[in-house]
Design a protein around this ligand. Structure first.
Ligand SMILES: CC(C)(COP(=O)(O)OP(=O)(O)OC[C@H]1O[C@@H](n2cnc3c(N)ncnc32)[C@H](O)[C@@H]1OP(=O)(O)O)[C@@H](O)C(=O)NCCC(=O)NCCS
Length: 178
């Protein structure tokens, strides 16, 4: 079973995907805008995967093109079942697939699932204010700017601001679901 978009599908992640994740997460260009800053080993990623299997407050999906190529992951984390909100995270690990609209489609497809199937009320995310590609992607999906966390992260010798963005179920559904 998979969650279908137009050009991608979201599927469960598998233990056999771990070497691909390790490759992505050791690529400096891919992790530049993530919170990761240490090299990651296969063993660490295997441990992360085992922990994920026991975690009911997190759903992570592999992003696959319709011809079956795994290009990234998209996730709903810290799912709050009472207030019905969750934090979205995404990485397109295959850099040659950036700027082709796959990130936008994966986020919109996951939002449709979050609001129509999981009955969530709000999805939010954090993004560095200089990650223009991600900002554009989230704005295209209908995320609103909600705030700025000043100097929230230190990397490459300086502090960076983090932006908080969010989208409500009503806003997503009223937009015609993009
Ligand atoms: C961020 C990410 C998910 C976006 O996915 P993507 O498939 O590359 O993005 P899309 O093609 O859907 O949209 C990117 C948009 O940014 C625009 N863009 C790219 N570089 C840009 C730049 N330097 N300035 C302005 N806009 C830019 C693209 O033109 C496109 O907008 P358009 O469709 O209006 O032309 C993906 O690039 C990624 O995983 N990057 C590394 C990890 C990361 O940053 N994750 C997010 C952490 S918050």
């Amino acid at each position: 079973m998979a969650i279908l978009g137009r050009r991608i599908r979201l599927r469960a992640i598998e233990r056999s995907d771990i070497p691909t994740f390790v490759r992505w997460l050791n690529d400096p260009e891919v992790v530049e805008n993530l919170l990761l800053y240490l090299p990651i080993s296969q063993a660490q990623e295997e441990q992360w995967f085992e922990n994920y299997l026991k975690d009911t407050d997190r759903h992570i999906f592999g992003i696959e093109t319709l011809d079956g190529k795994l290009i990234g992951n998209v996730a709903l984390e810290s799912i709050n079942w009472k207030d019905r909100c969750a934090e979205l995270g995404i990485v397109i690990g295959e850099k040659d697939q950036w700027d082709k609209g796959y990130g936008t489609e994966a986020v919109c497809t996951l939002l449709g699932f979050a609001f129509r199937e999981m009955n969530l009320h709000r999805v939010f995310l954090h993004v560095f204010d200089d990650n223009v590609r991600a900002l554009r992607c989230y704005e295209k999906c209908g995320f609103q700017h909600e705030g700025r966390l000043r100097q929230a992260e230190f990397s490459n010798g300086h502090y960076r601001d983090e932006l908080l963005m969010g989208i409500l179920r009503s806003e997503f559904l009223e937009s015609g679901e993009r």
